[in-house]
Design a protein around this ligand. Structure first.
Ligand code: ZN
Length: 173
């Protein structure tokens, strides 16, 4: 009888230990998931904390720092386009977006940089712009000289994503 009791105790111990491990793993993955910026329209992952990088412009109407993805002091700049539309823009070294091929040199918010439209790679929503040095080419320039300006209001921090209204794919026609 004693040996069967010992087996039960051992099984319980293993069960508790495995539950503990499982909780630890869940906790870690939750923490990892807090690091992303999502497309507010469809929930697609657009960027992570390590993509955020400050590129300041003197052409910003206004600029300030705010906490984003638990990073304090992320630079946000307010820009206005020729149609008088205003955008709160954050800058990033990389982003999961689709870039239009057409590159423009005029009406740029970053002097000496050209821009092209960037849209969500999943739903096609306009999310911002890619910037590259004017006359950029892959021989005289490095990829890290390019950056993205994304519209803050079109993005959602993943830890706030329970406010996102997602329609399951199976419901879409
Ligand atoms: Zn999207």
């Amino acid at each position: 009888m004693e040996s069967s009791h010992a087996v039960i105790v051992a099984i319980r111990f293993i069960y508790i230990f495995l539950s503990f491990l499982n909780n630890v793993q869940c906790h870690n993955s939750d923490e990892h998931n807090l690091d992303n910026l999502l497309c507010k329209q469809c929930g697609n992952t657009i960027a992570s904390t390590h993509d955020i990088r400050s590129f300041s412009s003197k052409l910003a109407i206004k600029h300030w720092n705010q906490t984003l993805l638990n990073i304090p002091n992320v630079l946000v700049q307010l820009f206005e386009n020729p149609h008088k539309m205003r955008f709160n823009v954050i800058t990033l070294s990389n982003a999961n977006v689709y870039m239009h091929e057409q590159v423009y040199n005029t009406d740029t918010w970053f002097p000496n940089y050209s821009w092209s439209m960037s849209v969500c790679s999943k739903c096609g929503t306009h999310l911002g712009w890619k910037y590259q040095p004017t006359n950029f080419n892959h021989i005289t320039h490095y990829k890290n000289e390019t950056f993205f300006g994304l519209i803050l209001d079109k993005l959602l921090e993943e830890h706030l994503s329970d406010t996102l209204l997602l329609v399951p794919n199976s419901y879409k026609s």
